[in-house]
Design a protein around this ligand. Sequence first.
Ligand SMILES: [Zn+2]
Length: 256
Amino acid sequence: MRIGAHLREDAEPLETAEELGVDVFQMFVTDPQSWKKPEPHPQAQQIRESPVDVVVHSSYQINVASLNNRLRMPSRKAVEQQAAAAAELGAFGLVVHGGHLRDGEDAAQGFANWRKLFDRQEDNGGFGVPILIENTAGGDHAMARTLEAIDRLWDAVGDFEQAGFCLDTCHAWAGGEDLVGLVERVRAITGRIDLVHLNNSRDEFDSGRDRHANLESGHIDPDVLVEVARIADAPLILETPADGIPADLSYLRAQL
Ligand SMILES: [Zn+2]
């Protein structure tokens, strides 16, 4: 079982990974609040050759489902660029949030936009790495908050080999999905879980809020998180508050 964490020290992630003793880590390839094109990473070769696995999280403003051209177009471009940067690092995927529409917009068009992302890129030889679509916690018009939405999303993208799934436990909980049995229910829809973001939640069930907590300190029963980790059969990434990550790692290792 591969266990690791999102590392915020992007300049020297391998050093941080070694200090923590992780098998896998997640990083950004550009400022996550910006549209900036990723710069070549100075440690790209070492990261590529390291036995530690790496996955990249895309920047936050990306919304490939959006019906607004001025948001969707740069989002597509950013996904392509960040997937190429991820490939340079030997990453096994690029995590992209499901995105959302605005009030009154037609969800079918949002799912169609997800399909177009893969469709168009296929003509250019595909993305540098698989795109791992992550479930999100909030909003009434999210593309991947509820199982019902994920089901519609997968109707749109499920036949693309490069469309993968990232299950975030905090987002599922805060989004109103029961975590008990969730791995099976998701897999029945997507056929795959490529990555788990294992996070507790600072907020209550179905709160719609996206605030991560360390494994033993949120509203989710830690035993339920361990059970998700045990059965998901996918690399586990902690996106919990940094100070508590060493304790989260030892807790997980002890439980698994
Ligand atoms: Zn996440």
